[in-house]
Every structure is written in C-alpha cells, then in structure tokens.
Design a protein around this ligand. Structure first.
Ligand code: MN3
Length: 199
C-alpha cells in the first residue's frame, strides 16, 4: 500500500471466512470492505484540497496533527486513525511466524499468558462506548495497556504498539450482539493461535 495520499484500501491478508468460527464472515466483510473503506475514502476526500499534505504518511498525519489546518484537524484525526487502527487490527489477526521472545517476555512480565490475557480483557471491557484497548511496550521493554476513545491512535516516538482490539460494536454486534466479553474471548483465541501465545 502506498503510504501517502491517495490512500488505498489494503486487501486483507486472509479470506473473509478465515477467522471462523471466532469472527464471522459477514462481520469481516463489512468491517473491511465497508467500515475501513469508508475511513480510507473520507481521509482522501479530506486531504484532496490540501496538496501540501499529499506526501504525508499515515503515521505523520496522526503524529503531526498540530501542523494540520484547524478546519480539517478533527477529520484527519478520525479518518487517519480509523485507517491506521483497522489495518493494525486486521494484520495482527493474520498467521504470524513463531515469536517465542515475545511470548517469554510476556510470561516473565505478567507471570503467565493467562494473567496477561485477563489484564488485557479488563481494559477491553472498560472502554466506554466506541474505542480500542492496546498492548504496548516502551523503549525499556516495559509493557502496558491503555484504552483510546473513537479512532484515536496512541502513536508516539517512545512506544511500540503490539496489539489492539477494536471494541466498536461493528466489530462484533452481528455475532455477539451486546456481549462484548464473548467477542473479546474469541479475539484472544485468534491472537493466541496466530502468535503462538500459550503457557
Ligand atoms: Mn472497527
């Protein structure tokens, strides 16, 4: 994907039914082909009249918001964040190569993968309304969780983002209705499988 205007909808790195039975085909289709596509379209429409921003990367648009004209600041924040956060989410659910250093680091830090999962789940459940929970590391290898509202993105120069979970209702409502906890458990099943995170 070209990382500047005009942004394109990246294809999913797996088929829409690949995450069954944990996340259903229809949810994946709508989430990628409608929700993410809309963020991409709206980001391009927002940036179209501003050629000075056409060379900016997605990360730059998110991190240098102060340099963006006031009239489009909120639209850029929401739509660039919507694109970044969704790509991050879709790609982390793809099968990964074995990453045992990460697994060992999490086990050492939290005592077990199970403790890590319980802690992460608390954050994901605590998001009020629409947003994300994130698992990240700082430069010294200290792990933490945070939540962000809407499509805010916790990108900065000192943290490495490891996982996010989208807890907007569109991520799970068709399958799980109001039961966010069930969706979170299903998401962990995918992540633990794809990243080989087992005690
Ligand atoms: Mn979403």
């Amino acid at each position: 994907m070209t990382n500047h205007y005009p942004f394109e909808l990246p294809s999913l790195p797996y088929s829409y039914d690949a995450l069954e039975p944990y996340i259903d085909t229809e949810t994946m289709f709508l989430h990628h082909n409608k929700h993410l596509a809309t963020y991409v379209d709206n980001l391009n429409k927002t940036l179209a009249p501003y050629p000075q921003l056409h060379t900016w990367s997605l990360q730059q648009l998110i991190m240098d918001l102060d340099r963006i004209p006031d009239t489009i600041k909120t639209a850029v924040k929401n739509n660039a964040g919507g694109v970044y956060n969704h790509i991050f989410y879709f790609y982390e659910m793809a099968p990964q190569k074995l990453n045992s250093p990460r697994k060992k680091a999490i086990q050492d830090y939290y005592g077990s993968i199970s403790n890590w999962e319980q802690e992460f789940k608390k954050f994901a459940l605590s998001v009020f309304g629409s947003g994300y929970a994130w698992f990240l590391a700082d430069e010294n290898g200290n792990f933490s969780f945070i939540t962000t509202p809407n499509q805010d993105t916790p990108l900065d120069d000192t943290h490495f983002l490891i996982f996010n979970i989208d807890v907007w209702e569109h991520a799970y409502y068709l399958k799980n209705q109001n039961r966010r906890a069930d969706y979170i458990d299903n998401w962990f099943s995918i992540i633990k499988n794809q990243h080989q995170l087992f005690d």
